[in-house]
Design a protein around this ligand. Structure first.
Ligand code: A3P
Length: 350
């Protein structure tokens, strides 16, 4: 079928809009041309715009329609697989972890030797700011004259699987740190979440010493052996789960913008009362600058494979310095949807 000059111009414009990430307009134009012509291939452009706007369901429907018409469309097949993978990984994460037995959880060292009904778990994916929250809490739980540092913090909030002895000596209600993906046995949980794009940057530097020389960030992002799983799987398993009745979700970014408000939420959740000045003092004692000073003056529990500097930057949005087009596309194909669900982005148009 010969294209009219008008249709040709509209297609060129739609592609141009798509290339400049103006997805709303691109979508409108693709819809218009599709309605006016029989050009089946345009569904691909429409699906791209839809996916970037975060409308995965519609994008999938559009691609399926295209593949019914052109079954061997190679880009459409690949695109469909990517979209389904990102959506499915969220659903799988919710289901898989909820299904694990207590024995499996015990074996993977996610459970202390005994559990009490009032146990609290401070859970996060690695590099989400867990140590910061532990400092904040320890500074509120400690004796007046004690300075919390990278050793004493473990005495107040030990880690499941690493500090069994300390855990057994804690007075109740105990607060323990954990990196476990969803686990049914944790009945009271503070789940700390941080923008996954920043998390991978932080994790990259955390692991740098263990990685082969000149291992670049993109290669790290693509690794399939992130501990204990990918960020999205972990975060989805907790935040999308309907199985944890007593869950408080706290964002790293909210701690950065209003630490007092978040500490107030956390303390209410823990049923702990502290006067305003104590909370402010704890925030000050756990500031990035102060923790950095403590790290350099007193050191921390260095493991050989650990990073040179733990207190690296402590900022939000550092990812922008590391994500070019390929890193963004890769990230979106796995975890773009979750960023939208968690309101880090309003669509995939970033
Ligand atoms: P960056 O590598 O981006 O600097 P975790 O304790 O879960 O391993 O998280 C470590 C990350 O939290 C590091 O991020 C670290 O700098 C940051 N962090 C630790 N204490 C902080 C604080 N007081 N304020 C802001 N960020 C902090």
């Amino acid at each position: 079928m010969a294209l009219t000059p008008r249709t040709e111009r509209m297609i060129d414009r739609a592609v141009e809009l798509l290339n400049s990430n103006n997805n709303h307009e691109a979508l409108r134009l693709f819809d218009l041309v599709i309605a006016e012509s029989d050009l089946q291939g345009l569904e691909y452009g429409k699906a791209t715009a839809l996916a970037r706007l975060g409308n995965i369901d519609e994008a999938v429907i559009t691609l399926k329609k295209l593949l019914r018409l052109i079954p061997n469309h190679p880009k459409a097949q690949l695109f469909l697989v990517e979209l389904l993978a990102s959506e499915r990984s969220i659903q799988l994460a919710e289901k898989n972890y909820a299904r694990r037995s207590k024995e499996e959880n015990r074996q993977s060292q996610w459970l202390p030797s005994n559990l009490y009904p009032d146990d609290v778990f401070l859970v996060s994916y690695p590099k989400s700011g867990n140590t910061w929250v532990r400092f904040l809490l320890a500074n509120l739980l400690k004796k007046e004259d004690e300075e919390i540092d990278f050793f004493s913090v473990h005495q107040h909030i030990p880690e499941v699987g690493s500090h069994e002895q300390i855990i057994n000596s804690l007075t109740r209600p105990r607060i323990m740190k954990s990196h476990a993906p969803f686990i049914r046995e944790y009945t009271k949980v503070i789940y700390l979440v941080r923008d996954g794009r920043d998390v991978y940057v932080s994790y990259y530097y955390h692991r740098l010493k263990q990685l082969p020389k000149r291992f670049d960030f993109f290669s790290f992002l693509q690794r399939r052996d992130h501990y204990p799983c990918r960020w999205g799987e972990h975060v989805a398993s907790w935040t999308m789960s309907k199985d944890c009745s007593n869950l408080l979700v706290v964002k790293f970014e909210d701690l950065k913008s209003d630490c007092f408000k978040q500490m107030d939420r956390i303390l209410k959740f823990l049923n702990v009362n502290r006067p305003k000045h104590r909370i402010e003092k704890a925030i000050e004692a756990s500031s990035f600058e102060n923790m950095k000073r403590i790290e350099s003056e007193k050191g921390r529990l260095y493991k050989k494979e650990g990073p040179e500097v733990f207190m690296r930057k402590g900022i939000t949005g550092d990812w922008k310095n590391y994500y070019g087009t390929k890193e963004k596309d890769y990230y979106k194909s796995f975890e773009g949807q979750l960023l939208i669900k968690l309101k880090y982005e309003k669509d995939n148009n970033w």
